[in-house]
Design a protein around this ligand. Sequence first.
Ligand SMILES: Cc1cc2nc3c(=O)[nH]c(=O)nc-3n(C[C@H](O)[C@H](O)[C@H](O)COP(=O)(O)O)c2cc1C
Length: 194
Amino acid sequence: MTPLDLDHPVWEQVYMVAPLTIVGTKEPDGTYDLAPKHLAIPMSWSEHYGFVCTESHATYVNAKREGCFTVSFPRPDQIVLTSLAAAPRCEDDHKYALDAIPTVPATRVDGVLLDHAYLHFECELDRIIDGFGVNSLIVGRIVAASAAEDSLRDADCDAQEMIAHSPMLAYLHPGRFAEIHQTNAFPYHVGFKR
Ligand SMILES: Cc1cc2nc3c(=O)[nH]c(=O)nc-3n(C[C@H](O)[C@H](O)[C@H](O)COP(=O)(O)O)c2cc1C
């Protein structure tokens, strides 16, 4: 093993597998912001979902002010749209690249979601935990969720075939992504309990 230099972020010295989501929030002018987040996972076995954000991002300020946010899970063929959501803002502070991203309105919170994503969450803000360096953890409570029909788990369908048919997107930080077609069942120990 090669020791890593802790004067530099560990995350920049190796690749790590992460999800890739698009978080949506409402801007003060009534338009909607979208921004990719890969530091994002369920925060409990029930309805909590969280992501890491920076106070300097509009997403942080918007989620705190509005008390809600949306989460969309893009498909691999939406990787360019996902990247557009991280386009720099122009001098008038607008992210015009967002105009190219197709959205649908949220149903329970004030927000929009990526059209044709395979999974949508609508969240009410539960809490923000500041103080992880420049980062904060933003946790929401899912109040509405929907999944594309081709991505729903079905006990009567083979999971391997279902995922091969509707491939999933993984982000390999830093700067790579993978399209997951082939998966295997986890080899649980006999008698395993959660
Ligand atoms: C692939 C990818 C993943 C990202 N993941 C995160 C993340 O997990 N947390 C974060 O704060 N920013 C992340 N970012 C950066 C922001 O989402 C991005 O700078 C965004 O434009 C900020 O927009 P906003 O000011 O409208 O919130 C990511 C950017 C990319 C391209």
